[in-house]
Design a protein around this ligand. Structure first.
Ligand code: ZN
Ligand code: MG
Length: 449
């Protein structure tokens, strides 16, 4: 009986939040403050419902009473995600401001922190000032506390995550100790790079001599025999796709850095200027030509440092504002459509690259271009620069070499794809891809759903 009374109370509390009954919510909370984070049948809290229906004052009240802003519903959305999805930007901002206790009014508002995007998380402090401190690096390299992550042909060694719930990352990086990799480190074809150290606010993570250092190594010969003390269930991720998308956000951030730099070493072993042998310096962040007199030894040259390749990726919005242009490459899984994308060419602005790529691939002319967010994409070392842009023309003529098909999709079709409706006409890339963000963010433009 008592359970039923409680259930009724929760139901009423949630209903009030959906309806926007501030007075009732307030009075219920004063009698029964533990209602605040209760959930309904689909895992929605009062905060999510207020965010869904655009009730600003209720959101504010719940925040002031200390509700949990990180709770997620069964679709994995926080209240802030819900507010963004339904276009209630003022509520999303309120929820974002509450997140770190800082109100950001100096710059225009952004809906997403770029660190929330897969591969962008800076789990480590890179400590670039230590790259030239060879004594410190040598001490860390032999410290029993240091962490080594191993790549074989640029695929990381991982273990299955026994505790993973459905929809969560499946695997975690194997964090090896120096005793495990000692033999590998002696091999001439093993490349070792310094990644950084665990951030200092995690005060426990020190080895008595400063923060715990992380290194990454790559080998192109099967390392199984030389690797000591390993998890018997560990394996090398088949990569790069979709394996690299199965990690936690922290691990993905570490892999983004490690794989991009290791991939550079595996392809730029010789001096790009004169073809001579090079030596690895600065903790793996520089390769220096070993031939005296090489031009690359005078001044600073980008050939000596790990490269980053900028790519524009853009959602083209129809002039009517209610359709977007998506395309598919032959290599995509069947039914999948995504944003158009392409490398920025030398001497080209981001905006010019967006316009050129869209015209080349789809025949559509683009006017205004607006930067949204970016993503490190370590396959092998791209920086995806995500934009929204507005079409000036709507006739499509596809470049068959690059794209199999490109089409305008309505807002409703995109929503169906986003929520994985069974009648959806197509699928979009997974949430780890910045294309997913660009599409989802466009949907959030308009609350008229
Ligand atoms: Zn040279
Ligand atoms: Mg292209």
């Amino acid at each position: 009986m008592e359970l039923n009374v409680r259930d009724e109370l929760v139901k009423e509390f949630l209903d009030c939040s959906s309806r926007g009954d501030l007075e009732k919510i307030s009075s219920m909370m004063s009698h029964c403050s533990d209602l605040i984070d209760e959930r309904g049948e689909t895992g929605w809290t009062a905060l999510m419902l207020a965010a869904r229906h655009g009730h600003y004052e209720i959101t504010k009240l719940l925040l002031s009473k200390g509700c949990d802003t990180t709770a997620t519903n069964r679709s994995g959305q926080t209240a802030r995600d819900v507010a963004l999805f339904w276009g209630h930007r003022h509520i999303a901002r309120l929820l974002a401001d509450g997140r770190d206790g800082v109100v950001h009014h100096v710059l225009p508002e952004r809906e997403t922190d770029e660190a929330d995007i897969y591969f962008n998380r800076e789990f480590l402090n890179r400590m670039s000032e230590k790259r030239t401190d060879s004594e410190w690096l040598a001490a860390k390299r032999s410290s029993p506390h240091s962490v080594f992550i191993l790549f074989y042909n640029l695929n990381p060694l991982v273990s299955p995550r026994a505790d993973a719930n459905e929809g969560e990352p499946d695997v975690k990086l194997c964090k090896l100790k120096v005793t495990s990799v000692e033999e590998l480190l002696k091999q001439s074809n093993t490349v070792l790079i310094f990644l950084g150290a665990e951030k200092q606010e995690r005060r426990l993570e020190t080895d008595g001599d400063g923060p715990i250092a992380w290194f990454a190594l790559n080998t192109e010969d099967d390392p199984s025999k030389l690797l000591k003390v390993k998890d018997p269930n560990s394996f090398f991720l088949k990569g790069p796709m979709p394996g690299l998308l199965m990690l936690s956000d922290n691990d993905a951030g570490v892999v983004a850095q490690a794989r991009a730099v290791l991939a550079w070493h595996s392809r730029y072993g010789f001096c790009p200027t004169c073809g001579s042998e090079t030596g690895v310096e600065e903790g793996g962040y520089k390769r220096t030509c070993l031939r005296a007199g090489c031009k690359s030894l005078q001044g600073i040259h980008n050939t000596c440092y790990p490269r980053v390749d900028p790519v524009v990726i853009m959602l083209v919005i129809h002039p009517d504002g209610n359709q977007c242009l998506l395309g598919r490459k032959k290599s995509f899984p069947s039914g999948m459509f995504s944003c158009l994308a392409g490398f920025i060419e030398a001497g080209e602005s981001v905006e010019a690259a967006v316009r050129r790529e869209v015209q080349e691939e789809s025949g559509v002319l683009v006017g205004q271009v607006q930067y949204q967010t970016c993503q490190a994409w370590p396959m092998p070392s791209c920086l995806m620069i995500g934009c929204h842009c507005v079409a000036l023309t709507t006739d499509i003529s596809v470049d068959k070499n690059e794209i199999e098909e490109a089409r305008w999709f309505t807002r409703q079709q995109v929503i169906n794809a986003l929520v994985k409706d069974k009648h959806a006409a197509f699928n979009i890339p997974p949430k780890q891809a910045v294309a997913h963000y660009l599409i989802k963010h466009w949907i959030g433009f308009n609350s008229n759903l």
